[in-house]
Design a protein around this ligand. Structure first.
Ligand code: PEP
Ligand code: MG
Length: 951
């Protein structure tokens, strides 16, 4: 139904069926809109149906459209299948003309009638005829000033009549014809304008951002007008059936007495909290409560309702599923299960992975906040309209916010008096929004909550001055470009930046309850990528069931280890060369006699002495590193006691551990020049790089000259080594298992360290489950060789320690060839783990570092690619390889354990795919573990009931 009638139309139809007080009306379908978009005309027969619908409305309302005695007024409101709050257009008060306004003035009241007429002309002019809305506002403001009226409601009949006359002149000047006096003509043009607003800039931006398909179209709802601005017993409001911040079961929203609907949403006046109605108008409050409950029970979802009270009578104008922010969504889902309204499975599907991400986003550190308060940086408190902490630089202009946020990737806080649908492009690219006016259901609040962007609204203490590009709070001034922090959970606003802290998972009790249900449902396990014991501890707390990737090379990168790693890398190639020479000489010696033998023996002695020196450097530094790695492994294996830990042997090319060639070249050149006049070098130093180099020089010798003499040869040696190991395409060069084959001492050292750690822990009674993983295998032979050498090493350690440890041996699948020959590879592997970062690079032929900044994002924008394949698995290509690989691998080894450890392991859509092809687990960063637990449950539930719901 929503496909055709849109969300609003479907809601109105349902409310009518439920016998709720809905103003009579009808809905023109999205199909008509799509036909209009295609041809620029209404489809044949549509208008006749509109006229029939209108007659029915006239009959129900007891008034006639355009009748100068008893006129019916109608609205035309947009409403798409998926909610796009405020992104499309609506025209109200249609049917008012010079003739009918008089009738309305007699039957209702004069002031009200002329006020409605001036609103219609402005709205029709702006929306249907594209007249700049400021033109109308300027006229209105001028009259307000002249009449010393503070508010619109202070304007009297004579002023309103004068305004109508001026609006009509303005209309004529801008459009070149009179404001239409034929109501049917007004209606026709308004329906067309509403259809056109589907493709307005803000609607298109919003859909692109929210990945809403562009072909859906909007419906147009034609409905009898009811008026909230007919005096103190009238009013208009927006209410949610549960609190949108906490999720508590209570009416939440706002009410504006004596006002029309847009006044609430536009945030023009700050309204009353709906809770205040409980005392002020208890009957209305009770009715709303009853209607809210009825709707919630009917739809089994929290409802977001709009209503108007016309002279004491409640009219329902809209109901739709609310989109509460993360914390409220989780609580509501759990509460509704407790209340017996929905099942656990439905509750799980109500919470999106993005909600979980949001709950685990950094928050302001309370200590930093109180320090900021002490130092006078607290500025004001507004309404906590959309939760979360945001920090950024201030922009007042939505265009600027978009430019800074999207193009320059800077964090921006958009500050506005209030936001309107025309500001959405700026909101989309801001980290947070601060408004001076408007309540919890103002435009800013509704849009940011939907987007998960923190917002403080209605912060009335701030005085925004767009012209000066600044805002003031008392004598404090915050200017454009300065930094600002807002806390959308508390409503606080601070000047400057505030430190954030990681969220406390222990305190997220509701989320943990929900995730426990997810665990009952899902079949895919969730592991984590963690390199250090502290990451492993966090992952475990978040619910990880194993470590899917421990990248051991990260342990090499620590500053205290780098000098040893350098020593090892510098000696490695030479060591290999000399060792080969020694082996060749030994072979020759076997058959040599007399002089030749003496000659060879002398050379052996010489080679041995070189080998001894190199071995001291190479094997010595490896031993040193080995001892350090052993302690690393003890830490991580202990932390993960009872769970599998996949340790991947060294992967990156060795030169990644060395300084960059270009940096070294510059340094060596500078040092060579500095030799001539060290003092001059120091005097001329301006850059950060120069200062770092001088610090190194000072450390290397007692004075500058000695420092240079000591440092320069070392840098020259390093430069030579880097030059020798540089590669044109390092991603495809000497790395992964190729390193282990060329320099077996390195991977042997790692395996020794793993098994020494495992044996030690096992002796202590710790349940250790190491799994050794070889990266970048493409040939089965590579894995066979590695496995053979490394298992030998493992066995030696276990023999020496007198204890055996259960382990697995496996490989990453990260180049297409490995996937193609997975059956042959499975002979040598107990497990596979998809390294989809590399597998995507090698399958697509993209280097990620080059592709993302140069063309990939454009490809996505232009629709050449559906999404960034480094974030979401490219199902058709990479995915096909994965599917085939799993099948081939399991043909050879039925119990083959298969997982994924590329970044896709934390992406909900990719997780669904992993579930589909039968992986055992996904492995992702620790913070993603809760998200993955939910996404894995979703994958299972959706697979079981693919078309369960028209969501
Ligand atoms: C991968 O390629 O997906 C992977 C996990 O390895 P890395 O990112 O370390 O290359
Ligand atoms: Mg990789």
């Amino acid at each position: 139904m929503r496909d055709l009638l849109g969300g609003k139309g479907a809601g109105l139809a349902e409310m009518t069926r439920l016998d709720l007080p809905v103003p009579p009306g009808f809905t023109i379908t999205t199909r008509a809109c799509n036909a209009y978009t295609r041809t620029g005309r209404f489809p044949p027969g549509m208008w006749k149906q509109v006229e029939e619908g209108l007659s029915a409305v006239e009959a129900k309302g007891g008034r006639k459209f355009g009748d100068p005695a008893n006129p019916l007024l109608v609205s035309v409101r947009s409403g798409a299948k998926l909610s796009m709050p405020g992104m499309m257009d609506t025209v109200l008060n249609l049917g008012l003309t010079d003739a009918t306004v008089e009738a309305l003035a007699t039957s209702a009241n004069e002031r009200f009638a002329w006020d409605a007429y001036r609103r219609l002309i402005a709205m029709f002019g702006r929306i249907v005829k594209d007249i700049n809305g400021h033109r109308f506002e300027t006229v209105l403001e001028r009259h307000k000033e002249k009449a010393s009226a503070n508010k619109d409601t202070d304007l009297g009949v004579p002023e309103l009549k004068a305004i109508v006359a001026e609006f009509k002149d303005l209309y004529r000047r801008e459009v070149g014809e009179d404001f239409p006096q034929d109501p049917i003509h007004q209606l026709r043009e308004s329906v067309a304008a509403v259809f056109r607003s589907w493709n307005g800039k803000r609607a298109v931006d919003y859909r692109t951002f929210n990945k809403i398909p562009h072909h859906l179209g909007t419906a147009a709802n034609v409905q009898m007008m009811v008026f909230g601005n007919m005096g103190p017993d009238s009013g208009t409001g927006v209410a949610f059936t549960r609190n949108q911040v906490t999720g508590a079961k209570e009416l939440y929203g706002e009410y504006l007495p004596n006002a029309q609907g847009e006044d609430v949403v536009a945030g023009i006046r700050t309204p009353l909290k709906i809770a205040e109605l409980r005392d002020d108008q208890p009957e209305l409050y009770a009715t709303l409560l009853r209607v809210g409950e009825l709707l919630e029970n009917h739809f089994r979802e929290v409802q977001d309702i709009e209503f108007t009270v016309e002279r004491g009578k409640l009219w329902m104008l809209q109901t739709r599923a609310a989109k509460p922010p993360a914390r409220a969504t989780v609580r509501i889902a759990l509460d509704m299960v407790r209340e017996g309204l929905i099942s656990k499975e439905e509750a799980l599907l109500r919470v999106e992975p993005d909600h979980v991400i949001h709950l685990l986003l950094p928050q302001f550190d309370d200590k930093a906040k109180s320090e900021a308060k002490k130092s006078g940086r607290f500025l004001a408190r507004g309404l906590n309209a959309s939760p979360g902490a945001a920090m950024g630089i201030v922009a007042f202009d939505p265009d600027e916010a978009e430019k800074l946020g999207r193009d320059e990737r800077k964090p921006v806080i958009l500050v506005r008096v209030e936001t309107s649908p025309d500001d959405v492009h700026g909101v989309l690219h801001s980290k947070g929004v601060l408004t001076a006016r408007g309540g919890a259901t103002s435009h800013a609040a509704v849009v940011t909550r939907g987007l998960g962007i923190p917002c403080v609204a209605g912060c009335e203490e701030i005085q925004v001055d767009y012209d000066a590009a600044e805002f003031r709070v008392g004598d404090k001034v915050v200017r454009r470009g300065e930094s600002l922090s807002i806390d959308g959970s508390t409503g606080e606003v601070f000047a400057g930046a505030i430190r954030t802290i990681e969220p406390d998972f222990d305190r997220e009790v509701e989320l943990q309850n929900l995730l426990a249900w997810a665990d009952e449902v899902r079949s895919l396990q969730v592991w984590a990528n963690a390199d250090y014991p502290r990451d492993a501890a966090r992952a475990r707390k978040f619910g990880a069931q194993g470590i899917g990737l421990d990248r051991t090379e990260h342990m090499f990168m620590e500053t205290d280890r780098l000098p040893i790693v350098h020593e090892m890398i510098l000696a490695a190639p030479e060591y290999r060369k000399v060792k080969r020479q020694r082996e060749a000489l030994a072979k020759q010696l076997e058959t040599a006699t007399n002089d030749r033998r003496r000659d060879l023996e002398a050379r052996v002695a010489e080679v041995d002495s070189r080998l001894e020196d190199l071995s001291r450097r190479y094997v010595g530094s490896l031993d040193h590193l080995g001892r350090m790695q052993r302690e690393d492994f003890v830490g991580i294996l202990r932390e993960m006691a009872g769970l599998p830990v996949i340790i991947r042997l060294i992967d990156p090319p060795l030169h990644e551990f060395l300084p960059r060639y270009e940096t070294l070249l510059v340094q060596v050149t500078k040092l060579r020049i500095a030799r001539e006049d060290p003092e001059a070098f120091v005097r001329a130093a301006t850059s950060e790089e120069d200062r770092t180099l001088i610090a190194e020089v000072r450390k290397a010798g007692s004075d500058l000259a000695k420092g240079i003499e000591s440092l320069l040869p070392r840098k020259e040696r390093l430069l030579e080594a880097v030059k020798g190991s540089r590669e044109t395409n390092p991603m495809l060069g000497l790395r992964g298992c190729r390193l282990g084959i060329m320099f077996p001492e390195i991977t042997e050292m790692q395996v020794r360290a793993i098994f020494e750690a495992a044996c030690r822990l096992k002796k202590e009674g710790v349940d250790v489950r190491p799994e050794i993983m070889i990266p970048l295998v493409g040939l089965p032979e590579e894995l066979r060789i590695e496995r053979h050498a490394l298992e030998d090493e493992a066995k030696k350690v276990m023999e020496r320690e007198g204890i055996s440890v259960a382990y697995k041996f496996g490989t990453m699948i990260e180049i297409p060839r490995a996937a193609l020959v997975a059956d042959a590879i499975a002979h040598h592997a107990e497990f596979f783990s998809f390294g989809t970062n590399d597998l995507t690079q090698t399958t697509m032929g993209y280097s990620r570092d080059d592709a993302e900044p140069k063309f990939l994002l454009d490809y996505v924008e232009q629709g050449i690619l559906p999404h960034n394949p480094f974030q979401t698995i490219d199902r058709d290509g990479v995915g096909q390889l994965m599917r085939m690989c799993v099948q081939k691998g399991r043909k050879v080894r039925r119990d083959l354990e298969v997982g994924i450890c590329g970044e896709h392991g934390g992406d909900p859509r990719s997780i669904a795919f992993c579930h589909e092809i039968g992986l055992n687990y996904v492995s992702c960063s620790p913070f993603r573990v809760p998200v993955a637990r939910l996404a894995a449950a979703h994958a299972k539930l959706r697979q079981e009931a693919p078309r369960a719901k028209d969501r």
